[in-house]
Design a protein around this ligand. Structure first.
Ligand SMILES: Cc1cc2nc3c(=O)[nH]c(=O)nc-3n(C[C@H](O)[C@H](O)[C@H](O)COP(=O)(O)OP(=O)(O)OC[C@H]3O[C@@H](n4cnc5c(N)ncnc54)[C@H](O)[C@@H]3O)c2cc1C
Length: 357
């Protein structure tokens, strides 16, 4: 019988952050993942943005999440020997109307936003912008994680250490008594991090997940599109490691929840980008996956209502890169030190649903 403290199911950005915090706390773990070629974490943009651009307010808990996010991904970069974090990579927000300009001026003057929003440029931004773009502002402290690169590097790291079992997890074979046992493994507890596949988990499928499909494109852009910014205006456009090749995203769909990219979503993304950019994009690739969103748009983590040694770490929605580091640390402190989970993320907020299920 293989012994471990923590049996983890799922190695996306949630599972990776959890493993990292367990590792740092000196706790043992073993991971089961089917290691797909496509998943939400493998194809995500990986952007973290401290400002909700539509409402011009700070993103939820950003002052706590951000310092921890940067520290965590830097630790992982040095542990894995791979560069994937582009921190302090500004987001350029084109402004196309006097009304919008006025709203952004108020945001720039708001002291709560000042660590994150720069002054407004008086000139139209450099680059192939449409004439309708009047000026621009810049979001600071933002950036992105080349998240597919991180997932593949972490998989390798665990494989080399013999800590990753590459297979489909079979829920029928898990027994949670004094210890959790599963196919010759004995663990103190099991922690599920399966992202959108929570719908197949008989222990947690009563939670109100509302998954959304998202599509990203890889596109060729002209030289005049400088690779030193993330461009954000109802679309996200940001550089890859290849010259003049960017990624463009992302769509939101609540139906047709499969992982197949569609021509319709490709057209939608190009159309949105062309409202601000005067570019004939050459589409090189399209990818789609499903985000694990929850009805109240908060992570959903914690202990099963009745099974003491069964936990969930999920619900990262559209912001896995920002949320997973901080809440992985919180869950590990909760398990080992009894630290309370934030009520906003504790899955017990849906307790009534469990009783009625
Ligand atoms: C198009 C798109 C763009 C996005 N852009 C951003 C962005 O810019 N910034 C950002 O922060 N977030 C973004 N996201 C959201 C982000 O991808 C998610 O928040 C995050 O990936 C969720 O991670 P996860 O680990 O919970 O799930 P996943 O990445 O889905 O990982 C779950 C893992 O569990 C495994 N698994 C599940 N069930 C089983 C089973 N039964 N047996 C074995 N293995 C199993 C799967 O194989 C998978 O590897 C985007 C998402 C999409 C789709």
């Amino acid at each position: 019988m293989k012994q471990t403290e923590n049996l983890i199911v799922g190695l996306g950005i949630a599972g990776i952050n959890l493993c990292h915090q367990l590792d740092k706390a000196g706790k043992s773990f073993l991971v089961i993942d089917r290691c797909p070629e496509n998943s939400s974490s493998l194809i995500a943009g990986g952007i973290y943005n401290p400002v909700v651009l539509k409402r011009k307010v700070k993103s939820w808990k950003v002052d706590e999440l951000f310092p921890f996010l940067v520290e965590t991904y830097r630790e992982l970069e040095s542990q894995l020997g791979v560069d994937f974090l582009l921190h302090d990579f500004p987001i350029l927000k084109p402004i196309s109307s006097a009304n919008e300009l006025n709203e952004w001026q108020q945001a720039v003057d708001d002291s709560r936003l000042s660590p994150y929003v720069d002054s407004i440029e008086k000139q139209p931004p450099n680059g192939p912008f449409q004439k309708s773009v009047l000026v621009s502002t810049t979001i600071k402290n933002s950036g992105f994680v080349r998240i597919g690169k991180l997932v593949l590097a972490y998989r390798n790291y665990l494989q080399e250490k013999g800590l990753l079992i590459e297979e489909e997890f079979n829920y029928q074979e898990v027994r949670a008594e004094q210890k959790v046992s599963y196919k010759g493994i004995s663990a103190d507890r099991i922690i599920f991090c399966e992202g959108r596949f929570i719908s197949e988990n008989p222990f947690f499928n009563w939670l109100p997940f509302r998954p959304t499909k998202g599509q990203m494109l890889t596109v060729r852009v002209p030289e005049s599109m400088t690779p030193d910014k993330i461009y954000n205006q109802q679309f996200l456009l940001f550089p890859t490691e290849q010259k003049n090749v960017f990624r463009l995203g992302a769509t939101y769909e609540w139906h047709n929840l499969d992982e197949t990219p569609s021509q319709e979503s490709t057209d939608e993304l190009i159309e949105r980008a062309q409202k601000a950019l005067n570019i004939d994009f050459e589409v090189l690739d399209a990818q789609a996956a499903i985000r694990p969103n929850v009805a109240d748009r908060r992570p959903t983590i914690g202990r099963h209502p009745e099974i003491e040694n069964m936990f969930l770490f999920n619900g990262m929605g559209s912001k896995g890169v920002m949320l997973a580091p901080y809440f992985a640390k919180q869950l590990v402190s909760h398990i080992y030190e009894g630290v309370e989970l934030d009520q906003e993320v504790n899955l017990n907020r849906f307790g009534k649903r469990y009783k009625n299920s």
